[in-house]
Write a protein that binds this ligand. Structure first.
Ligand code: ADP
Ligand code: MG
Length: 471
């Protein structure tokens, strides 16, 4: 029967998606109409429950005419005895509403629906996500998982399954273009799909501020409060922008407390962890730390390739493998730019009606983007060369034994800048200046003092740094 199931999914899914999710499952048992499957990790288990268990159950029904429940386990559950009862509660396969959300549903029905201006849902699932600012493109399904984002993704999926009851607040942080907004939209939509009656509000912290200001100007303070304190799930994107805005922080603090104490889910994103957001009030920082803080790191090479391949598949673009790898190898820090590079190649290809895109052509197309986006790494050679020309020295003066002041000072500045602008160890710096480690320490200390007392040295260092950075 498992063979049938896998064949069915093979025919329904792309090969990549099949291999990522279904291909890694192992059937364990089929007893009393419960099919137990083992997933390689918790993350996959979540994903199967979320995305594929339903259709698996439906398919099984179509071939067996029985209501077979799907129960997915993972290694973290291996040593836990699971009673029949637990299975009932775990199961989300055939009947979406499990114990607690049925209660929620009933409670909701008694409450009046939200006033105008608030999101309003009925049970028909055909409202448009765009209307409430959620992009159709951002789903869990097309979010490519990798080491860099797996934790944030798992946390988001967990929250989407039991908002207000797993991690609250969920705080996601990471650099620009690494997928925070994507994850938030996906979470908001998954919650609405699962709990169509819930009031979900997604907005940027800027919109939150603007709306607050507008409401103050039009004396609709009360309405603002009521609106934000009456929702089930609040997602605020890029919270770092409320830093320093005292009034907004104050209002947000009260909204937060109100929602939190009523077990309403709060999801927040930021470009850095709460502690590092300057002028974010301590009381807000500590609130954010009550829940789960999940980071998104820069994607590794494999993930970058996977993201590009996923894009190629969903957008149906025909780009050869070596071009994909070239892009993945060269655009490293920002997924938005990674996709941008791919789309640019695709655009040229179709504009210029090129049948067979080759690597050279792609390099040509991308030359501007790739040299612009990648920060040039500052090397010790670059620092030394800049100093030599800045002080008009001879080529090997810095490494030489010469100790005259007009050479010794630039040399020490070189050591100081090498330490400041590169990640190199003192030992590496020492050997590059042909000196020992303690001489380097002494040199760096000396310049650190001079920067405070000697304006000429300070100016020189600023100018040199600028030249280095501009190269
Ligand atoms: P952020 O909000 O962190 O600045 P976004 O969520 O806007 O970043 O992501 C930038 C772009 O990269 C979006 O088009 C998004 O779909 C895409 N992206 C980011 N991470 C992934 C991922 N893991 N898989 C697929 N696409 C991703
Ligand atoms: Mg964003």
């Amino acid at each position: 029967i498992w063979q049938n199931v896998t064949n069915y999914f093979k025919s329904e899914l792309t090969e990549m998606i099949y291999n990522t999710w279904i291909g890694r499952l192992e059937p364990k048992s089929l007893e009393n109409d419960v099919l137990t499957i083992h997933a390689p990790n918790e993350f996959t288990r979540n994903m199967i429950n979320l995305k594929y268990a339903d259709s698996m159950a439906k398919y099984l029904k179509s071939i067996t005419s029985r209501d077979i429940k799907i129960y997915v386990t993972d290694p973290s559950m291996d040593n836990v005895e699971v009673s029949e009862n637990d299975r009932e509660n775990f199961d989300i396969s055939s009947d979406e509403t499990n114990a607690f959300n049925k209660d929620d549903l009933e409670k909701r029905n008694d409450e009046s629906m939200v006033e105008d201006g608030l999101l309003k849902y009925d049970d028909s699932k055909d409202y448009k996500f765009e209307e409430i600012g959620l992009s159709d493109r951002y789903t869990f399904e097309n979010f490519v998982a990798g080491k860099s984002n797996e934790f944030a993704l798992s946390a988001s999926i967990a929250v989407s399954k039991s908002p207000g009851r797993s991690f609250n607040p969920l705080f996601i942080y990471g650099g620009a273009g690494l997928g925070k907004t994507h994850l938030m939209h996906a979470t908001a939509k998954a919650i609405l799909e699962r709990f169509p009656e819930k009031k979900v509000v997604y907005l940027s912290s800027e919109s939150f501020t603007n709306e607050l200001i507008r409401s103050i100007n039009t004396r609709k303070n009360e309405e603002f409060r009521k609106k934000y304190r009456n929702i089930d799930v609040l997602l605020i994107d890029d919270i770092q922008f409320i830093a320093g805005k005292t009034g907004t922080q104050e209002e947000f603090f009260h909204t937060f407390n109100e929602l939190y104490s009523n077990n309403k889910q709060i999801i927040i994103s930021s470009d850095r962890p709460p502690k590092e957001i300057k002028t974010l009030e301590d009381r807000l920082v500590s609130r954010f730390e009550w829940g789960l803080i999940a980071d998104i790191q820069k994607p590794d090479f494999e993930t970058r390739v996977a993201i590009l391949k996923n894009k190629v598949e969903t957008e149906k673009i025909d780009i050869p493998e070596d071009v994909i790898e070239y892009i993945a190898m060269n655009v490293k820090v920002n997924i938005r730019e990674l996709e941008g590079a791919l789309l640019k190649v695709a655009a040229y290809k179709s504009l210029m009606k090129i049948e067979n895109m080759n690597l050279d052509f792609a390099k040509e197309v991308l030359s501007k983007i790739i040299s612009d986006t990648e920060e040039v790494e500052i090397t010790i050679e670059l620092i030394k060369n800049t100093i030599v020309s800045f002080y008009d020295l001879k080529e090997n003066d810095l490494e030489s034994k010469k100790r005259s002041k007009n050479i010794a000072l630039p040399r020490q500045i070189g050591m100081y800048l090498s330490r400041k602008l590169t990640d190199l160890s003192l030992l590496k710096i020492a050997s590059s200046f042909n000196r020992d480690h303690s001489t380097v320490i002494h040199g760096i200390d000396k310049i650190e003092d001079l920067v405070k007392t000697d304006n000429k040295v300070k100016d020189d260092i600023e100018k040199i740094t600028e030249i280095i950075r501009s190269k």
